[in-house]
Design a protein around this ligand. Structure first.
Ligand code: NAI
Ligand code: BGC
Length: 269
Protein backbone atom coordinates (compact mmCIF):
# COMPACT_ATOMS: atom_id res chain seq x y z
CA UNK A 1 0.00 0.00 0.00
CA UNK A 2 1.15 3.54 -0.71
CA UNK A 3 2.44 5.77 2.13
CA UNK A 4 -0.02 8.51 1.14
CA UNK A 5 -3.47 7.20 2.08
CA UNK A 6 -6.11 9.90 1.48
CA UNK A 7 -8.89 7.28 1.54
CA UNK A 8 -7.89 5.50 4.73
CA UNK A 9 -10.92 4.08 6.54
CA UNK A 10 -13.26 4.58 3.56
CA UNK A 11 -15.30 1.94 1.73
CA UNK A 12 -15.66 2.04 -2.04
CA UNK A 13 -17.61 0.20 -4.72
CA UNK A 14 -16.37 0.20 -8.32
CA UNK A 15 -18.66 -1.21 -11.01
CA UNK A 16 -17.19 -3.12 -13.94
CA UNK A 17 -13.94 -3.47 -12.02
CA UNK A 18 -12.69 -6.76 -13.44
CA UNK A 19 -10.98 -5.12 -16.43
CA UNK A 20 -9.66 -1.92 -17.95
CA UNK A 21 -10.30 1.39 -16.22
CA UNK A 22 -12.44 -0.14 -13.45
CA UNK A 23 -9.68 -2.57 -12.44
CA UNK A 24 -7.11 0.23 -12.31
CA UNK A 25 -9.48 2.45 -10.30
CA UNK A 26 -10.21 -0.38 -7.81
CA UNK A 27 -6.47 -0.99 -7.29
CA UNK A 28 -5.70 2.71 -6.93
CA UNK A 29 -8.51 3.30 -4.41
CA UNK A 30 -7.27 0.31 -2.40
CA UNK A 31 -3.71 1.63 -2.63
CA UNK A 32 -5.00 4.91 -1.22
CA UNK A 33 -6.41 3.07 1.77
CA UNK A 34 -10.04 2.28 0.85
CA UNK A 35 -11.65 -1.14 1.25
CA UNK A 36 -13.00 -1.91 -2.21
CA UNK A 37 -15.90 -3.87 -3.67
CA UNK A 38 -14.82 -5.14 -7.09
CA UNK A 39 -18.08 -5.48 -9.01
CA UNK A 40 -18.11 -7.70 -12.06
CA UNK A 41 -20.49 -9.55 -14.32
CA UNK A 42 -19.80 -12.96 -15.87
CA UNK A 43 -16.04 -13.07 -15.42
CA UNK A 44 -15.20 -14.27 -11.89
CA UNK A 45 -11.58 -15.22 -12.67
CA UNK A 46 -10.70 -11.65 -13.73
CA UNK A 47 -12.45 -10.19 -10.68
CA UNK A 48 -10.60 -12.64 -8.40
CA UNK A 49 -7.33 -11.57 -10.05
CA UNK A 50 -8.00 -7.90 -9.23
CA UNK A 51 -8.90 -8.81 -5.64
CA UNK A 52 -5.79 -10.92 -5.26
CA UNK A 53 -3.56 -8.11 -6.60
CA UNK A 54 -5.11 -5.79 -4.00
CA UNK A 55 -4.55 -8.38 -1.24
CA UNK A 56 -0.93 -8.86 -2.35
CA UNK A 57 -0.41 -5.14 -1.84
CA UNK A 58 -1.92 -5.45 1.69
CA UNK A 59 -5.19 -3.87 0.62
CA UNK A 60 -8.77 -4.88 1.40
CA UNK A 61 -11.11 -6.00 -1.38
CA UNK A 62 -13.98 -8.34 -2.14
CA UNK A 63 -15.54 -9.31 -5.49
CA UNK A 64 -19.32 -9.07 -5.86
CA UNK A 65 -21.20 -10.06 -8.98
CA UNK A 66 -24.12 -7.98 -10.25
CA UNK A 67 -25.42 -6.88 -13.62
CA UNK A 68 -25.78 -3.16 -12.95
CA UNK A 69 -28.74 -2.87 -15.30
CA UNK A 70 -30.83 -5.23 -13.12
CA UNK A 71 -32.46 -3.60 -10.09
CA UNK A 72 -32.71 -6.74 -7.96
CA UNK A 73 -29.05 -7.57 -8.55
CA UNK A 74 -27.96 -4.01 -7.69
CA UNK A 75 -29.99 -4.02 -4.46
CA UNK A 76 -28.50 -7.40 -3.49
CA UNK A 77 -24.98 -6.15 -4.24
CA UNK A 78 -25.39 -3.06 -2.03
CA UNK A 79 -26.81 -5.23 0.77
CA UNK A 80 -23.82 -7.57 0.46
CA UNK A 81 -21.40 -4.61 0.41
CA UNK A 82 -22.94 -3.28 3.64
CA UNK A 83 -22.65 -6.73 5.22
CA UNK A 84 -18.97 -6.90 4.21
CA UNK A 85 -17.84 -3.39 5.07
CA UNK A 86 -20.63 -1.88 7.25
CA UNK A 87 -21.23 1.12 5.01
CA UNK A 88 -20.08 2.84 1.81
CA UNK A 89 -18.31 6.18 1.22
CA UNK A 90 -17.42 6.09 -2.48
CA UNK A 91 -19.19 4.81 -5.61
CA UNK A 92 -17.42 4.72 -8.96
CA UNK A 93 -20.05 4.17 -11.66
CA UNK A 94 -17.78 2.73 -14.32
CA UNK A 95 -19.39 -0.30 -16.02
CA UNK A 96 -20.02 0.53 -19.66
CA UNK A 97 -20.34 -1.09 -23.05
CA UNK A 98 -20.29 -0.24 -26.74
CA UNK A 99 -22.56 -1.90 -29.32
CA UNK A 100 -21.47 -0.06 -32.43
CA UNK A 101 -23.45 0.16 -35.64
CA UNK A 102 -24.27 2.52 -38.49
CA UNK A 103 -27.36 4.42 -37.37
CA UNK A 104 -29.76 3.00 -39.95
CA UNK A 105 -28.58 -0.55 -39.18
CA UNK A 106 -28.74 -0.17 -35.40
CA UNK A 107 -31.11 -2.63 -33.76
CA UNK A 108 -33.35 -1.81 -30.83
CA UNK A 109 -31.43 -4.42 -28.87
CA UNK A 110 -28.12 -2.61 -29.50
CA UNK A 111 -29.71 0.66 -28.41
CA UNK A 112 -31.35 -0.84 -25.30
CA UNK A 113 -28.27 -2.75 -24.14
CA UNK A 114 -26.10 0.37 -24.14
CA UNK A 115 -28.70 2.58 -22.44
CA UNK A 116 -29.45 -0.14 -19.86
CA UNK A 117 -25.82 -0.54 -18.80
CA UNK A 118 -24.38 2.92 -19.31
CA UNK A 119 -27.30 5.01 -18.09
CA UNK A 120 -29.85 2.89 -16.16
CA UNK A 121 -26.96 1.10 -14.42
CA UNK A 122 -25.57 4.46 -13.27
CA UNK A 123 -29.02 5.46 -11.98
CA UNK A 124 -29.56 2.24 -10.03
CA UNK A 125 -26.12 2.24 -8.39
CA UNK A 126 -26.04 5.98 -7.65
CA UNK A 127 -29.50 5.79 -6.06
CA UNK A 128 -28.44 2.98 -3.71
CA UNK A 129 -25.17 4.72 -2.84
CA UNK A 130 -26.95 8.02 -2.13
CA UNK A 131 -29.50 6.26 0.09
CA UNK A 132 -26.66 4.79 2.15
CA UNK A 133 -24.80 8.14 2.33
CA UNK A 134 -27.99 9.89 3.51
CA UNK A 135 -28.73 7.16 6.07
CA UNK A 136 -25.25 7.48 7.59
CA UNK A 137 -24.40 11.15 7.08
CA UNK A 138 -21.01 12.78 7.52
CA UNK A 139 -18.48 11.04 9.77
CA UNK A 140 -15.83 13.77 10.21
CA UNK A 141 -13.06 11.33 11.14
CA UNK A 142 -13.59 9.55 7.79
CA UNK A 143 -14.34 12.32 5.26
CA UNK A 144 -15.65 15.88 5.04
CA UNK A 145 -18.39 14.58 2.72
CA UNK A 146 -21.22 12.16 3.45
CA UNK A 147 -20.25 10.37 0.25
CA UNK A 148 -18.73 10.69 -3.18
CA UNK A 149 -20.09 9.45 -6.51
CA UNK A 150 -17.86 9.43 -9.58
CA UNK A 151 -19.38 8.68 -12.99
CA UNK A 152 -17.11 7.40 -15.74
CA UNK A 153 -18.37 9.42 -18.66
CA UNK A 154 -16.36 9.99 -21.85
CA UNK A 155 -15.20 12.71 -24.19
CA UNK A 156 -18.28 11.54 -26.11
CA UNK A 157 -20.50 13.39 -23.68
CA UNK A 158 -19.52 16.38 -25.85
CA UNK A 159 -17.91 14.93 -29.01
CA UNK A 160 -20.54 13.52 -31.40
CA UNK A 161 -19.64 10.01 -32.63
CA UNK A 162 -21.03 8.65 -35.90
CA UNK A 163 -21.50 4.90 -35.82
CA UNK A 164 -21.79 4.99 -32.03
CA UNK A 165 -25.02 6.92 -31.55
CA UNK A 166 -26.28 4.73 -28.70
CA UNK A 167 -22.99 5.15 -26.83
CA UNK A 168 -22.69 8.92 -27.37
CA UNK A 169 -26.34 9.37 -26.31
CA UNK A 170 -25.65 7.41 -23.13
CA UNK A 171 -22.61 9.55 -22.29
CA UNK A 172 -24.45 12.80 -23.05
CA UNK A 173 -27.17 11.47 -20.75
CA UNK A 174 -24.62 10.78 -18.01
CA UNK A 175 -23.58 14.44 -18.11
CA UNK A 176 -27.09 15.73 -17.27
CA UNK A 177 -27.71 12.83 -14.90
CA UNK A 178 -24.53 13.63 -12.98
CA UNK A 179 -25.14 17.39 -12.88
CA UNK A 180 -28.77 17.00 -11.80
CA UNK A 181 -28.05 14.63 -8.93
CA UNK A 182 -25.01 16.72 -7.96
CA UNK A 183 -27.35 19.70 -7.57
CA UNK A 184 -29.90 17.64 -5.62
CA UNK A 185 -27.45 15.91 -3.29
CA UNK A 186 -24.89 18.66 -2.60
CA UNK A 187 -26.94 20.14 0.30
CA UNK A 188 -26.57 16.73 1.96
CA UNK A 189 -22.78 16.93 1.56
CA UNK A 190 -22.71 14.32 -1.17
CA UNK A 191 -20.30 15.19 -3.97
CA UNK A 192 -21.11 13.90 -7.45
CA UNK A 193 -18.66 14.37 -10.32
CA UNK A 194 -17.62 12.74 -13.59
CA UNK A 195 -14.39 11.81 -15.27
CA UNK A 196 -14.42 12.04 -19.06
CA UNK A 197 -11.59 9.90 -20.41
CA UNK A 198 -10.29 10.24 -23.93
CA UNK A 199 -8.86 7.16 -25.65
CA UNK A 200 -7.54 4.78 -23.01
CA UNK A 201 -5.98 1.41 -23.85
CA UNK A 202 -8.54 -1.13 -22.63
CA UNK A 203 -10.53 -4.03 -24.11
CA UNK A 204 -13.43 -1.71 -25.09
CA UNK A 205 -11.41 -0.05 -27.88
CA UNK A 206 -8.71 -2.65 -28.63
CA UNK A 207 -9.23 -2.35 -32.39
CA UNK A 208 -8.36 1.37 -32.17
CA UNK A 209 -4.84 0.82 -30.74
CA UNK A 210 -3.68 -2.79 -31.11
CA UNK A 211 -1.87 -2.41 -34.45
CA UNK A 212 0.72 0.32 -35.14
CA UNK A 213 -1.45 1.56 -38.04
CA UNK A 214 -4.54 1.86 -35.85
CA UNK A 215 -2.60 3.56 -33.07
CA UNK A 216 -1.04 6.07 -35.51
CA UNK A 217 -4.53 6.96 -36.77
CA UNK A 218 -5.83 7.33 -33.21
CA UNK A 219 -2.89 9.58 -32.30
CA UNK A 220 -4.04 12.07 -34.93
CA UNK A 221 -6.88 12.81 -32.49
CA UNK A 222 -4.64 13.24 -29.41
CA UNK A 223 -2.53 16.42 -29.23
CA UNK A 224 -0.51 15.07 -26.29
CA UNK A 225 0.88 12.31 -28.52
CA UNK A 226 0.15 9.17 -26.56
CA UNK A 227 -2.83 6.93 -25.96
CA UNK A 228 -4.01 7.04 -22.33
CA UNK A 229 -3.56 4.24 -19.81
CA UNK A 230 -6.07 3.08 -17.18
CA UNK A 231 -3.74 4.44 -14.48
CA UNK A 232 -4.13 7.98 -15.90
CA UNK A 233 -7.82 7.70 -15.01
CA UNK A 234 -7.25 5.91 -11.71
CA UNK A 235 -5.16 8.79 -10.34
CA UNK A 236 -7.94 11.25 -11.19
CA UNK A 237 -10.48 8.99 -9.46
CA UNK A 238 -8.44 8.87 -6.24
CA UNK A 239 -8.29 12.66 -6.19
CA UNK A 240 -12.02 13.09 -6.87
CA UNK A 241 -12.84 10.56 -4.14
CA UNK A 242 -10.61 12.24 -1.57
CA UNK A 243 -11.08 15.35 0.56
CA UNK A 244 -8.37 16.99 -1.59
CA UNK A 245 -11.23 17.77 -3.99
CA UNK A 246 -13.76 18.63 -1.27
CA UNK A 247 -15.06 21.77 -3.05
CA UNK A 248 -15.39 20.03 -6.44
CA UNK A 249 -19.10 19.43 -7.04
CA UNK A 250 -20.93 18.62 -10.27
CA UNK A 251 -17.87 18.90 -12.48
CA UNK A 252 -16.59 16.76 -15.33
CA UNK A 253 -12.82 16.30 -15.25
CA UNK A 254 -11.58 15.64 -18.80
CA UNK A 255 -8.56 13.32 -18.84
CA UNK A 256 -8.01 13.03 -22.57
CA UNK A 257 -4.56 14.19 -23.70
CA UNK A 258 -6.27 17.15 -25.34
CA UNK A 259 -8.73 15.15 -27.47
CA UNK A 260 -11.42 17.79 -26.88
CA UNK A 261 -9.22 20.60 -28.25
CA UNK A 262 -10.40 20.14 -31.88
CA UNK A 263 -6.97 18.83 -33.02
CA UNK A 264 -7.98 19.16 -36.69
CA UNK A 265 -7.87 22.95 -36.23
CA UNK A 266 -4.17 22.89 -35.28
CA UNK A 267 -3.44 23.15 -38.99
CA UNK A 268 -6.86 23.90 -40.50
CA UNK A 269 -9.70 26.37 -40.14
P1 NAI B 1 -13.80 -2.53 -20.36
O1 NAI B 1 -14.61 -3.23 -21.38
O2 NAI B 1 -12.48 -3.11 -19.98
O3 NAI B 1 -14.63 -2.34 -19.02
C1 NAI B 1 -16.02 -2.31 -18.93
C2 NAI B 1 -16.40 -3.18 -17.75
O4 NAI B 1 -17.80 -3.08 -17.51
C3 NAI B 1 -16.09 -4.67 -18.01
O5 NAI B 1 -15.38 -5.18 -16.90
C4 NAI B 1 -17.46 -5.29 -18.12
O6 NAI B 1 -17.51 -6.64 -17.66
C5 NAI B 1 -18.26 -4.37 -17.23
N1 NAI B 1 -19.70 -4.44 -17.50
C6 NAI B 1 -20.31 -4.36 -18.72
N2 NAI B 1 -21.63 -4.49 -18.56
C7 NAI B 1 -21.87 -4.63 -17.23
C8 NAI B 1 -23.04 -4.79 -16.45
N3 NAI B 1 -24.25 -4.83 -17.01
N4 NAI B 1 -22.90 -4.92 -15.11
C9 NAI B 1 -21.67 -4.88 -14.52
N5 NAI B 1 -20.54 -4.73 -15.21
C10 NAI B 1 -20.64 -4.61 -16.55
O7 NAI B 1 -13.63 -1.04 -20.91
P2 NAI B 1 -13.13 0.29 -20.15
O8 NAI B 1 -12.51 1.11 -21.19
O9 NAI B 1 -12.37 -0.03 -18.94
O10 NAI B 1 -14.53 0.96 -19.79
C11 NAI B 1 -14.84 1.44 -18.48
C12 NAI B 1 -15.67 2.71 -18.61
O11 NAI B 1 -14.85 3.73 -19.17
C13 NAI B 1 -16.89 2.60 -19.51
O12 NAI B 1 -17.97 3.30 -18.93
C14 NAI B 1 -16.45 3.29 -20.79
O13 NAI B 1 -17.53 3.82 -21.49
C15 NAI B 1 -15.57 4.37 -20.20
N6 NAI B 1 -14.64 4.97 -21.14
C16 NAI B 1 -13.63 4.25 -21.72
C17 NAI B 1 -12.74 4.86 -22.57
C18 NAI B 1 -11.62 4.15 -23.24
O14 NAI B 1 -11.03 4.73 -24.17
N7 NAI B 1 -11.26 2.93 -22.85
C19 NAI B 1 -12.84 6.30 -22.86
C20 NAI B 1 -13.97 6.95 -22.24
C21 NAI B 1 -14.80 6.31 -21.39
C1 BGC C 1 -14.75 4.90 -26.13
C2 BGC C 1 -13.49 4.41 -26.80
C3 BGC C 1 -12.84 5.54 -27.59
C4 BGC C 1 -12.68 6.79 -26.74
C5 BGC C 1 -12.18 7.98 -27.55
C6 BGC C 1 -14.45 6.14 -25.33
O1 BGC C 1 -15.61 6.61 -24.70
O2 BGC C 1 -15.27 3.88 -25.29
O3 BGC C 1 -13.80 3.34 -27.68
O4 BGC C 1 -11.55 5.12 -28.04
O5 BGC C 1 -13.92 7.14 -26.17
O6 BGC C 1 -12.90 8.16 -28.74
Amino acid sequence: MADYQPLKGQKALVTGASSGIGAAVAKALAGAGAAVVVNYVGNPASARQVVSEIHSANGVAVALEADVSQETQVLAMFDAARREFGTLDILVNNAGIQRDSAFTQMTLDQWNQVIATNLTGYFLCAREAAREFLRRGVVPSVSKAAGKIICMSSVHQVIPWAGHVNYAASKGGIMMFMESIAQELAPHRIRVNSIAPGAIKTPINRAAWETPEAEAKLLELIPYGRVGLPEDIARAAVWLASDESDYVVGTTLFVDGGMCLYPGFATGG
